[in-house]
Design a protein around this ligand. Structure first.
Ligand SMILES: Nc1ncnc2c1ncn2[C@@H]1O[C@H](COP(=O)(O)OP(=O)(O)O)[C@@H](O)[C@H]1O
Ligand SMILES: O=P(O)(O)OC[C@H]1O[C@](O)(COP(=O)(O)O)[C@@H](O)[C@@H]1O
Ligand SMILES: [Mg+2]
Length: 372
């Protein structure tokens, strides 16, 4: 017997793509249909909401997508309905418009009771603004390879990015050892060092440089020399794209002028490798892992986490508990106010046990004094 229609939901994916997005979409659609909701899939994040680009989803739309990377809905890390880049003036300056009314109208026209936003800090901030300024019901799902969201112990996608970076470090080890080189691996993470820290520990890096601990190049050089004195002719360094020297600046790869937060980080790895080679005379090379961290199939851990998050987001709608983000705490999925989830990004605590463990193992974080 057909269950009575319970209500109408919509789902979108926002920000940089991330392994596990399709697994969340699948879980959202399957759970929603299971409970008698109808569900719209919105194309290309908030862009689709502004352009009224959405369609009803069925089980066949999500068939076979569990292990697939990317997002079948498409995404963007530029569009913000409150600050929409509508074009350029004759001088080439971007013209921004507030499109919140269009978004509210489009949601209303489709009878959408709640919008499920799968995104990182930027997308969840927009979701929070839609709730507080436009009275739209939202439920957030914490997405990002960067793991930089507050109020959750894990974002989905991080485990896959960490696994990719760890494999890269394993591969760099063998070539570094053969050529007696210093190998630098630059990983993503924006202003947080989670990917660098965890992959650095898992991949046996000798130096880990993260945004939370500004580094002193002298300390890095001392570590490389110390290894040489101990007969280790190669060294491996993991550097987060947001790492910077003490008193120095971030290294910026490009500015995306239509983006609300236009800075795109990158380039610190190459800079570091050049400086190390100049200072030590040891051949040094940099590898930038880049979008390989975001592309491709999610790990089993991320598939499970994504599935739990997707189902939990619909369960929140079922309970009519809106304006929350589903979150992982003590291995249980709980709900936290979206206002908290959209607050300050979560960085690595410099006194965390994993940093301490790294130090005890002799890993340099680039901040050791000569006598340490
Ligand atoms: N601090 C902010 N306040 C408001 N909007 C933001 C903020 N940061 C980012 N955004 C918007 O959110 C979108 C997605 O953010 P981004 O950081 O790229 O992805 P994510 O959702 O993964 O964090 C951006 O294109 C931008 O329009
Ligand atoms: O896709 P772009 O614009 O190059 O953005 C790169 C940024 O996106 C990320 O890959 C993921 O960040 P978000 O989860 O905030 O989208 C960052 O690690 C990186 O700094
Ligand atoms: Mg972000």
């Amino acid at each position: 017997m057909q269950e009575k229609k319970r209500g109408t939901l919509a789902v979108l994916t926002g920000g940089g793509d991330c392994p596990g997005l399709n697994a969340v979409i699948r879980a959202v659609v399957k759970t929603a249909l299971h409970h008698g909701f109808q569900i719209y899939g919105i194309s290309n994040g908030f862009h689709g909401l502004i352009c009224n680009d959405m369609k009803l989803m069925s089980l066949s739309d999500v068939s076979g997508i569990l292990p697939r990377g990317g997002t079948i809905l498409g995404t963007t890390n530029r569009d913000n309905p409150f600050h929409y880049a509508a074009g350029e003036d004759e001088k080439g300056n971007v013209i921004y418009e507030d499109r919140r009314d269009v978004v509210v109208r489009n949601l209303k026209d489709h009878g959408i009771d709640c919008l499920i936003v799968i995104g990182g800090d930027g997308s969840l901030k927009i979701a929070h603004d839609l709730h507080r300024f436009c009275d739209v019901n939202v439920v957030g799902v914490p997405k990002t390879i960067d793991n930089d969201l507050p109020c959750t112990e894990r974002t989905f996608g991080f485990d896959t990015a960490m696994a990719m970076a760890t494999e890269a470090l394993d591969r760099l080890h063998t070539t570094a050892e053969s050529h007696h080189r210093v190998m630098v691996l630059e990983v993503m993470g924006r202003y947080a060092g989670w990917i660098a820290l965890h992959s650095g520990i898992a991949g046996g890096a000798d130096v880990i440089l993260i945004p939370e601990i500004p580094y002193d190049l002298d300390a890095v050089i001392r570590k490389i020399h110390q290894r040489q004195q101990n007969g280790k002719k190669f060294s491996i360094i993991t550097v987060a794209e947001g790492a910077k020297p003490i008193g120095g600046q971030l290294t910026i790869a490009r500015m995306v002028k239509e983006s609300f937060e236009p800075i795109r980080l990158g380039g610190i790895g190459e800079k570091l490798a050049r400086e190390i080679e100049e200072r030590t005379g040891i051949e040094s090379r940099c590898t930038v892992l880049g979008y390989l961290q975001r592309g491709g199939s999610p790990t089993a851990y991320d598939r499970v986490l994504s599935t739990r998050y997707g189902a939990a987001a619909v369960e929140a709608c079922l309970d009519e508990e809106y304006n929350v983000m589903v979150s992982l705490q003590a291995n249980a999925i709980v709900r936290v106010p979206i206002a908290q989830a959209a607050s300050k990004p979560h960085q690595v605590p410099v006194d965390s046990d994993i940093v301490r463990t790294g130090r005890e193992l002799g890993i340099s974080f680039g901040d050791e004094k000569p006598e340490d």
